[in-house]
Design a protein around this ligand. Structure first.
Ligand code: MSP
Length: 656
C-alpha cells in the first residue's frame, strides 16, 4: 500500500484559533481523507508550535507560566484539540513542540548542523519583527516596516548562531524553478524574485534575549530560533532523532506540506535548505494556499476581525461549514469570507441541489415502489445516456483536480453532475410515469435506479468533505449495507447497486436556512462575543498630574443624610436630593444617577458630598454640591455606586 504523509502547519497557540486556521486544517483533512479513500496508507500530522518570544510575552500578560499558557489554548476545553475534534479532523498524530521527544530531536539537529559547519557563531545586527518572530536586514524592510506583516520592527544586536543559508541559494533556486516542488506556480516567482535574486543571506538561528525555547545543548544561554524548531516538526513527529516514533525511515518521508501563503518563504527556502544540510530528502511538495479574508483584510486577533468556527459549526453543522470552506474559495487564492456567502452556499448547493436530489429520489422510491426497486427496468438510451456518461467519468475528472490540489474544482465537477441529475428528474417527470404503473413501471424503476447510482458515486466522492453526511446519504440509498458499493473502485463504475436495491428514508440532511433570521442571530452572537472579549473589570487610570495639598484641603467633603429623593420631571437621568448636611437648613443636590438607583432606595442613607462647589442649574433646578460615587467598567458597561457611609456618622461630619 502506498504510504502518504501529509501535514498542516503547526499552529501558534498565542490566541484561540479562528476560521482561517480551520480552513487550512479542513482542507488538509479533505486531502488526507481523499488519499485514504483511494486506498493509500495515510499519516496525517498536525500540531502546535509553542515556543518563542510572543508566547513568552502573552503568558506574562496572562499571569501564567508559558507552559500553563499554551496548555490553556491547546489542551484545555475549547482549545485546539477540541476544535479539531469538533471539525471531524482525522489527524493520525498531533505534535506539540514542547513534547520532550521533539526537544531532544531539535537539539540533535542543531548540533548536527553545527558539526557539519552549516551553523556558526556570529553577531546579529539588524531588525526584528516580534509578532512574526522574524529577523530582517535594513534592505529587506518595506517602508521601514516588516515586509511580511507591515508592522514596526525593532533594533536587535546580539551574539547568535547563524545558518549558512546563502550556501544553498543556487540549489534552492533550481529546485523552485525547475521542479514542481512548490505550488501554485505563482508562488515560485514571488520567492525567487523577492527573496533569492536579491541575495539570500545567512539566517540567524538562535536567540539570547528570551528563554522560552529549546536551549542549544552545547551553549544553553541560546535558544533555537523558533522556525527551525517548528519546521523540523515534520520529521521529528516521524521519529527523526528520537525514540518516540519509528516511522521516518519506513517510507513515510518525504511528505506533502500544506501551508498558508505567508509562510511559503519558510517552507520553500529555509526548510529545504535545512534538509539539504542534514542530507535528508526534501518534501514531495509544498502547497501554499490563500488566505480567508474578512472585508478584504487578513483575519487576525490583533485586528479584532476573526470569525469563530465554534459558532458557525454549532449553528450550521460541521459538514456544512467544512463544505462551504472548500467549495467556495479556490484553494490557491485568497477568498473573502462572509456570513451571506456561507448561508447562500448551504442553501444553493446543499439544501437545493444535493439535499433535494436525495430527498426526492428516496421519497419517490418509497412512494412508487414501497422502498424497493423491481428487477425489471427499462433503459431508454438517449434519455439516460448523458447522465450516465457524466457519472461514469466523474471519478477520473475529480481525481485529476484533487491531484492538482484544485479542491474547489473537484467539488465543482460533483455539483455539475448533481445539477444534471436534478434536470434529469424534470425531463423524465416520474410523477407522470407513475400515473400508469403497468405501462411505465419498468421505465420509472430505471429512472430511479439511475438517480440512486448518481447519488452513490457523488456521496463517495464527497466523503472527504462531508464525511458524516456522505455516510448518511449512502445509508439512505441502500449502499452502505454492502461495503463494496461505497469504495473508490466502485465510484469509477456504473450499475454497482443491485437492481432490487432498497432505500431507507431519513432525516432531511441540509434544511434550508432563513437568511435574514440567521444573519440577525449571527450579528447578535458576534456582539455578545465582542462584549465578552472586553476586559471583565476596568477602572480609569490614575491621574498623573499632582494637586498640591492646600488646594486639596479647600474641597469640603461632608457626610449628608438623604431626607427625600425624587426623579426630576422630563429627565431620564436626574434625581433631586433633599439632604440634611448638619447645618439645620436643607441642601438640594441634583445627581445624574437615575439609571442606577430608584429614589426610594436612597432615602435615609448617609452619603458623601462635596458642598463648596458653586451652585449649578440643571433642568431649571439649582444644585448645591455633588454626591460622590465610585465608577468602573464591567464588560464594557459603566457601573456606578454611591459612596455610602456608616449611618453612625452624623450629618455634617467633615471628611478629611
Ligand atoms: N507556527 C507557524 C507555522 C509553523 S509550520 C512549521 C504559523 N502558525 S499560525 O498559527 O500563525 O498559522 C498557521 C496556519 O494558519 C498558516 O498556514 C496560516 O497561513 C494559516 N492561517 C492563519 N490565518 C489564516 C487565514 N485567515 N486564512 C487562511 N489561512 C490562515 O504560521
Amino acid at each position: 500500500m502506498e504510504k502518504y504523509f501529509i501535514t498542516t502547519p503547526i499552529y501558534y497557540p498565542s490566541d484561540k484559533l479562528h476560521i482561517g486556521h480551520t480552513y487550512c486544517t479542513v482542507a488538509t483533512d479533505a486531502l488526507a481523507r481523499y488519499k485514504r479513500l483511494q486506498g493509500c496508507d495515510v499519516l496525517f500530522l498536525t500540531g502546535t508550535d509553542e515556543h518563542g518570544q510572543k508566547i513568552e510575552d502573552k503568558a506574562r500578560e496572562a499571569g501564567k507560566t508559558p507552559q500553563e499558557f499554551v496548555d490553556s489554548i491547546v489542551s484545555a476545553p475549547g482549545g485546539v484539540l477540541d476544535l479539531w475534534k469538533l471539525m471531524n479532523i482525522s489527524n493520525d498524530r498531533f505534535i506539540r513542540t514542547t513534547d520532550s521527544y521533539h526537544v531532544k530531536s531539535i537539539q540533535l539537529i542543531f548540533r548536527k548542523m553545527y558539526d557539519n559547519g552549516d551553523i556558526y557563531k556570529g553577531k546579529y545586527v539588524g531588525k526584528y519583527c516580534k509578532p512574526c518572530e522574524s529577523f530582517w536586514t535594513e534592505t529587506q524592510l518595506k517602508d521601514g516596516k516588516c515586509p511580511d506583516c507591515g508592522r514596526e520592527v525593532q533594533d536587535a544586536e546580539e551574539e547568535a548562531y547563524f545558518f549558512r543559508l546563502s550556501k544553498y541559494a543556487d540549489k534552492i533556486q533550481d529546485l523552485l524553478e525547475n521542479t514542481d516542488f512548490l505550488e501554485p506556480r505563482s508562488r515560485v516567482h514571488e520567492m525567487v524574485n523577492n527573496f533569492i535574486k536579491p541575495g539570500l543571506e545567512d539566517l540567524c538561528v538562535s536567540r539570547t534575549s528570551f528563554t522560552w525555547g529549546i536551549p542549544v545543548d552545547f551553549d544553553p544561554k541560546h535558544v533555537v530560533y523558533v522556525w527551525i524548531d517548528a519546521l523540523a516538526n515534520y520529521i521529528t513527529a516521524l521519529g527523526y532523532g528520537n525514540d518516540k516514533y519509528n516511522d521516518y525511515d519506513k517510507g513515510w518521508w518525504p511528505g506533502v506540506n500544506i501551508v498558508g501563503k505567508e509562510i511559503v518563504r519558510f517552507h520553500s527556502i529555509i526548510w529545504p535548505a535545512i534538509l539539504m544540510s542534514l542530507g535528508e530528502p526534501l518534501p514531495k511538495k509544498v502547497f501554499g494556499h490563500g488566505w480567508l479574508m474578512l472585508d478584504g483584510g487578513k483575519m487576525s486577533k490583533s485586528k479584532g476581525n476573526v470569525v469563530d468556527p465554534y459558532l458557525l459549526a454549532e449553528k450550521f453543522g460541521v459538514d456544512a461549514l467544512r463544505f462551504f470552506l472548500l467549495r467556495t474559495f479556490p484553494f490557491g487564492s485568497d477568498g473573502n469570507f462572509s456570513n451571506e456567502l456561507l448561508i447562500q452556499t448551504i442553501n444553493v448547493d446543499l439544501a437545493n441541489d444535493l439535499g433535494n436530489l436525495l430527498s426526492r429520489t428516496v421519497s419517490m422510491v418509497g412512494k412508487y415502489f414501497d422502498g424497493q426497486l423491481p428487477a425489471e427496468q427499462r433503459f431508454q438510451g438517449e434519455m439516460d445516456d448523458e447522465l450516465v456518461a457524466m457519472v461514469k467519468g466523474l471519478r477520473d475528472r475529480y481525481e485529476a483536480q484533487m491531484e492538482k490540489f484544485a479542491i474547489h474544482n473537484a467539488l465543482a465537477e460533483i455539483f455539475k453532475v448533481i445539477g444534471r441529475a436534478n434536470k434529469y428528474i424534470d425531463e423524465n417527470t416520474p410523477w407522470v410515469l407513475a400515473k400508469d404503473m403497468e405501462a411505465n413501471g419498468p421505465r420509472l424503476a430505471c429512472v430511479m435506479y439511475n438517480l440512486l447510482e448518481t447519488l452513490r458515486v457523488c456521496a463517495i466522492l464527497l466523503t472527504p468533505f462531508i464525511p458524516t453526511s456522505s455516510a448518511e446519504i449512502l445509508r439512505q440509498i441502500g449502499a452502505s449495507a454492502d461495503g463494496a458499493s461505497c469504495t473508490w473502485e466502485s465510484a469509477g463504475q456504473w450499475a454497482v447497486l443491485p437492481k432490487t436495491v432498497s432505500v431507507v428514508r431519513g432525516e432531511n440532511l441540509f434544511p434550508r436556512i432563513d437568511m435574514d433570521k440567521a444573519l440577525a442571530e449571527l450579528e447578535e452572537a458576534a456582539a455578545q462575543a465582542r462584549k465578552a472579549a472586553l476586559p471583565a473589570l476596568e477602572v480609569e487610570p490614575q491621574t498623573e498630574e499632582k494637586v498640591d495639598f492646600d488646594t486639596f484641603c479647600k474641597s469640603d467633603f461632608r457626610a449628608v443624610k438623604v431626607k427625600a429623593c425624587e426623579n426630576v420631571k422630563k429627565s431620564a437621568k436626574l434625581l433631586k436630593f433633599t439632604l440634611d448636611d448638619g447645618t439645620g437648613a436643607d441642601r438640594q443636590i441634583l445627581s445624574g444617577i437615575a439609571t442606577y438607583y430608584k429614589p426610594e432606595e436612597l432615602v435615609g442613607k448617609t452619603l458623601m458630598a462635596i458642598v463648596n462647589l458653586p451652585p449649578r442649574k440643571m433642568m431649571g433646578l439649582e444644585s448645591n454640591g455633588m454626591l460622590i460615587s465610585a465608577v468602573h467598567t464591567e464588560q464594557g458597561e459603566e457601573r456606578l455606586n454611591l459612596l455610602m457611609l456608616d449611618d453612625k456618622i452624623p450629618a455634617g461630619a467633615k471628611m478629611c
